[in-house]
Ligand binder design. Structure first.
Ligand SMILES: *Cc1c(COP(=O)(O)O)cnc(C)c1O
Length: 393
C-alpha cells in the first residue's frame, strides 16, 4: 500500500512503527541498548538481527529506523542509513568504498567540508581525486580511468547554483564502472528524483530542509540494499556516525511538513528572483528557474522547481554586499539554509573564506555574491525588504 502513496502521504505516514500504547505521534526511543528475554535470544540476535530487532543504537534504533524508512520511501530508495550530520553521511559514503590506489572524479564546485574530504583527506590515504567542471560532460569523460571507483557531485552547487546533468554524469560513471554519489541538499528530496535519474547513492544533510527549523544536525545516505547494508553499514556501525534518536525524532517530524515547506520556499524564491532580476545594483541574479540561468533547460527537465536558494551578485563587490546584508531587516545573517527563517550568507568571507582568491574566482564566487536561503515569511514582506536593501546599495 505504502508504495502507491504519493509523496505527501508518505511524508506523514511511511515508516511508522507503533508501540503497544498506540501513540499518534511517533515514539522517541531514547535508548542506547535493548534487553533480551534470555541468553539464547541475545546469542540469536548477534548471529542474525532480524527486521525490527535491535542491538545497540550505534547500529540501529526504532526512532531512527522510522526516519530512515520514511525518507527511503519518498526518495524511492531500497534502503537508508541515518547519520549524525551531513558530513558523516558524505564521509561514510566515500571512505567506506575506497582504498589506496583508487581514483575518484569530483565536480570542483563543492560545499567546503566536502571539498576538504576530497582535496585533503582522501589523497592522504592514497586515493587520487580529479576535479572537473561539473557542467562539462567532456571533462567528466576525459577524467575517467580504469581505477575510477566513484564520481561525486552536488546536484546543484553551492553557492553558484550550477545544475549538474545527473543522468549524463551517471551514464559516464557507469560506463567507467564507477558509482555516482550525489549530495542532493540543494535539489531537496522534493524537487528531484535523483535515484531515478541514475545516481547510485544519494546523501543529504538533514540539518537543512529536512529539519527545516534550525534545531538539529543530521544526515542520511540512501541507495540500493546491497550498498547501504554492505561495506557502508559496517563502516558506519564501527566508526560511530549514527544519528541520535532524539535528532531522528525531530527529523521525522520535519519530514511531515517537508513538501509544503519546500514548495512554499521555492515559490517565494522564484518570485523574489524575478522581481529583483533587473535591479541596477545587481550584476547577476542566479536561480535555476530563471531563463537567464546557464542550465535553465536542464533545470526545467530535471527538477520540478528551482529550489529554495537564490544567489545575488552585487555590482559593488564586498562593500555593496555587506551594505545589502546589513540593510536587510527580515533575513538573518547566518550560514544554514533550508530554514523557515530566511538566511543570507556572504560566501567569500565566510563559508568559502578558506579558498584562495584564485579558487573562488574559478568557481564564480565573487566578492559581491550573496547566497539567499528563502524562508517561510510572507513573500510581499520579503520583497519589500530586499528591494529597500538593494536600493540602499
Ligand atoms: C550543509 C551541507 C553539508 C554538510 O551537512 P552538515 O549537516 O552540516 O554536516 C554537505 N553538503 C551540502 C551541500 C550542504 O549544504
Amino acid at each position: 500500500m505504502t508504495d502507491t502513496w504519493n509523496t505527501r502521504t508518505k511524508l506523514v505516514h511511511a515508516g511508522t512503527r507503533r508501540s503497544q500504547y498506540g501513540e499518534v505521534s511517533e515514539a522517541l526511543f531514547l535508548t542506547q541498548g535493548f534487553v533480551y528475554p534470555d541468553a539464547e535470544a541475545a546469542e540469536a540476535r548477534f548471529v542474525e538481527c532480524g527486521e525490527d530487532e535491535y542491538i545497540y543504537a550505534r547500529y540501529a534504533n526504532p526512532t531512527v529506523a522510522m526516519f530512515e524508512d520514511r525518507i527511503a520511501a519518498i526518495e524511492g530508495a531500497e534502503a537508508a542509513f541515518a547519520t549524525a550530520s551531513g558530513m558523516a553521511a558524505v564521509n561514510g559514503a566515500l571512505f567506506s568504498q575506497l582504498q589506496a590506489g583508487d581514483h575518484v572524479v569530483s565536480a570542483k564546485a563543492l560545499f567546503g567540508s566536502c571539498l576538504f574530504i576530497l582535496e585533503n583527506l582522501l589523497p592522504k590515504y592514497g586515493v587520487e581525486v580529479t576535479f572537473v567542471d561539473g557542467t562539462d560532460l567532456d571533462a567528466w569523460r576525459a577524467a575517467m580511468r580504469p581505477n575510477t571507483k566513484l564520481a561525486f557531485v552536488e546536484a546543484i552547487s553551492n553557492p553558484t547554483l550550477e545544475v549538474i546533468d545527473i543522468k549524463a554524469v551517471a551514464g559516464i560513471a557507469h560506463e567507467a564502472g564507477a558509482l555516482l554519489v550525489v549530495d542532493n541538499v540543494f535539489a531537496t528530496p522534493v524537487f528531484q528524483r535523483t535515484l531515478e535519474l541514475g545516481a547510485d547513492v544519494v546523501v543529504y544533510s538533514a540539518t537543512k530542509h529536512i529539519d527545516g527549523q534550525g534545531r538539529c544536525l543530521g544526515g542520511v545516505v540512501l541507495g540500493r540494499d546491497e550498498f547501504i547494508n554492505g561495506d557502508f553499514l559496517n563502516y558506519m556501525k564501527h566508526t560511530g556516525g549514527a544519528l541520535s534518536p532524539f535528532n531522528a525524532w525531530v527529523m521525522l517530524k520535519g519530514l511531515e511538513t517537508l513538501d509544503l515547506r519546500c514548495r512554499a520556499q521555492a515559490d517565494t524564491a522564484l518570485a523574489l528572483a524575478k522581481a529583483v532580476e533587473n535591479h541596477p545594483a545587481l550584476a547577476r541574479t542566479i536561480y535555476p528557474s530563471l531563463e537567464s540561468h546557464p542550465q535553465h533547460d536542464l533545470a526545467e527537465k530535471q527538477m520540478s522547481a528551482g529550489g529554495t536558494v537564490l544567489s545575488l551578485d552585487l555590482k559593488g563587490g564586498k562593500e555593496a554586499a555587506f551594505r545589502f546584508l546589513n540593510a536587510l531587516t527580515i533575513p538573518e545573517i547566518s550560514n544554514n539554509l533550508g530554514d523557515a527563517k530566511s538566511i543570507v550568507t556572504h560566501p567569500a568571507t565566510t563559508t568559502h573564506q578558506r579558498l584562495s582568491p584564485e579558487q573562488r574566482s574559478d568557481l564564480g564566487i565573487t566578492d559581491g555574491l550573496v547566497r539567499f536561503s528563502v524562508g517561510l515569511e510572507d513573500v510581499s514582506d520579503l520583497l519589500a525588504d530586499v528591494t529597500q536593501a538593494l536600493d540602499k546599495v
